[in-house]
Design a protein around this ligand. Sequence first.
Ligand SMILES: Nc1ncnc2c1ncn2[C@@H]1O[C@H](COP(=O)(O)OP(=O)(O)OP(=O)(O)O)[C@@H](O)[C@H]1O
Length: 223
Amino acid sequence: MLLDFHLRNRLQSGTRVFTLDVQLKSQAQRVVIAGPSGSGKSQTLKAIAGLVRPQSGHVRIDGQTLYDAASGVFLPPQARRLAYVFQDYALFAHLTVRQNIAFALARGWLNPRRRARHPAVEYWIEAFELGALAHQYPHELSGGQRQRTALARALVAEPRALLLDEPFAALDADLRQTMRAELDALQRRLQVPMVLITHDPQDVALFGDEVLHLHEGRSGRAP
Ligand SMILES: Nc1ncnc2c1ncn2[C@@H]1O[C@H](COP(=O)(O)OP(=O)(O)OP(=O)(O)O)[C@@H](O)[C@H]1O
């Protein structure tokens, strides 16, 4: 993946102003955005995804312009073909595992039907060993199972890249090791490019083919 972005944004709440000014041009398959709490990691990932619109700059992936302030281009998130996996996984509480995964393929306003079967959904249920849990609801799942469901939902729509917001933060230490190894193996098998944000040095070591370090909204490369 050729990821090329420069994002400038100014966020104000009351008298406090946060200025984001980050840039990267990388061909790495696995990009890590690292930095302490409040350094601008989520704002950067959301701007790549199109969930926030920066004041200026650009986002290009593999030569396609997703955002360019100068020429007024701003593709909405659904047109970017990027899958965003939220820190808390953002599963729908009233939908089963199967329906949550199928939701990524849903068109229009209706939720996927409980009994509906779609080959791509069944493929990912199988791949993540969620078959026995497919009829369960998110509150009936463990943290790791919830994460697998969120990853399956992200992958079913065949995104060009996965955007992962602190994917292991909600897991306890043991599970974190397991899921880290799972994601590592999955990424190698599928060769799906990913951008992962973290403040955990172990994530940086494992996934950081390219590391963008953020500090108070500014970026710098790994030394
Ligand atoms: N809507 C907003 N209005 C004003 N300031 C905001 C807004 N959203 C975020 N900020 C500020 O922007 C800064 C960067 O936030 P961001 O969520 O990107 O940090 P982060 O590096 O992802 O932190 P964490 O690791 O804690 O999730 C923070 O100081 C935050 O308070």
